[in-house]
Design a protein around this ligand. Structure first.
Ligand code: SF4
Ligand code: SF4
Length: 366
């Protein structure tokens, strides 16, 4: 099969607008890059609004305002209003700790459709320790109530790892108490800062088996009351996840400085050129940009992916993981059982679980 031609590629479904790398929390599982964009280099309001118009014209359906912490931007209301003017569904991905009732009212009036609120655990003391922010958990509970009081849709997002996996059932109860529509239980993706904390965060096989039972029981128990999404930890899987549902197929990410990325970790790949919204229209970048064309389709694949029956399902897995573990960005994702480097993943797992008291390193700030 040959790679799709630009005219055969559909429009992206969703735009992840990384408004700022600034964040008051210091989560050790943060997948933002080690080199954070400084506030002075962030795109301004006019540029983001132009991006929203270009995204709407391109056919994007949803905008996810993210970061860092997107509410550090005082123009967030304007950006949400711009997105809504372009008929884009708006989702705010936030830690919540900078929000209060007047700000949530302003965001709601601007047209905010949905809030995805992160929690670091099910109870205050442990959650605040993981996030490195005292009082954060209590603030999040208050924000969740303010969001639901206004009728805004709410998803709880909990990144899970060795230090909080035992709380998953309590997280479901928390989501019900807060009247959330959905909860996302997301395993740590070991990119960016999180990679430094692999030994401190990787769960054990026993923990994962317990989690599988907990999830199966909860899905039956809570059917019709709470939507449960789960992002499994791919280190323990036999085959990789379809990273971004395929490079340049559905998602477009813009970093705080305006670089357009196929995924938010792609900046870690050396030797790649990423276009900027300050220099090129979004449509040109999506259909013809060098970075988006690089791993689109299957022509770029080596064996065993090239002739594998699963290549259109997982798209060869994660390019950043291939680079980080195999040292070759075009290699099969080393998580895959068919990869010649699967033993390296097994060695990383063995080293991590042999170090149960590995230090937990907080994310550095901007
Ligand atoms: S993972 Fe934590 S530190 Fe990183 S951006 Fe999100 S809330 Fe901030
Ligand atoms: S060999 Fe490549 S395409 Fe086949 S399952 Fe592994 S990662 Fe997926």
């Amino acid at each position: 099969m040959s790679d799709p031609k630009p005219e055969q590629v559909g429009p992206p479904i969703a735009l992840l607008a990384g408004l700022s790398h600034r964040c008051p929390l210091r989560c050790g599982y943060c997948s933002n890059p080690l080199e954070l964009t400084r506030a002075s280099a962030e795109l301004d309001t006019d540029d983001w609004c132009r991006v929203m118009r270009e995204a709407g014209a391109l056919g994007v359906l949803q905008v996810h305002f993210s970061g860092g912490e997107p509410t550090v931007r005082q123009d967030l209301e304007q950006l949400i209003a711009c997105a809504r003017d372009c008929d884009l569904y708006t989702n705010l991905i936030t830690s919540g700790v900078l929000l209060d009732a007047p700000r949530i009212d302003a965001l709601y009036r601007a047209g905010l459709d949905h809030v995805q609120l992160s929690v670091q655990g099910s109870e205050g003391k442990g959650a605040d320790l993981i996030g490195g922010y005292v009082g954060g958990h209590a603030k999040k509970l208050e924000v969740a109530r303010l969001v639901r009081d206004r009728g805004i849709m709410l998803t709880l997002n909990a990144v899970v790892h060795r230090r909080n996996l035992h709380q998953v059932d309590a997280l479901f109860e928390l989501a019900l108490t807060l009247d959330a529509h959905r909860i996302e239980i997301a395993s740590v993706q070991y990119n960016g800062w999180a990679r430094r904390n692999l030994a401190a965060l990787l769960p054990t096989q026993d923990q994962l088996e317990d989690l599988t039972k907990t999830l199966e029981a909860a899905r039956i128990r809570l059917l019709g009351r709470l939507v449960i999404d789960f992002v499994p930890p791919d280190y323990y899987a036999a085959r990789p996840k379809p990273c971004m549902n395929g490079w340049g197929r559905q998602f477009i990410t813009i970093n705080p400085a305006g670089l357009v990325l196929p995924c938010h970790s792609a900046e870690t790949i050396p030797g790649m050129t990423f276009d900027s919204v300050l220099q090129s229209p979004l449509e040109d970048i999506w259909y013809r940009g060098e970075a988006f064309s690089r791993f689109r389709g299957t022509d770029w694949m080596q064996e065993p992916c090239r002739s594998c029956e699963f290549r259109e399902q997982d798209f060869g897995g994660c390019r950043c993981q291939a680079l980080a573990v195999s040292g070759d960005v075009t290699a099969t994702d080393p998580v895959c059982e068919f990869s010649q480097d699967r033993a390296k993943i097994d060695a990383l797992i063995a080293a991590a679980v042999a170090e149960p008291d590995a230090p937990y390193l907080y994310r550095g700030g901007t």
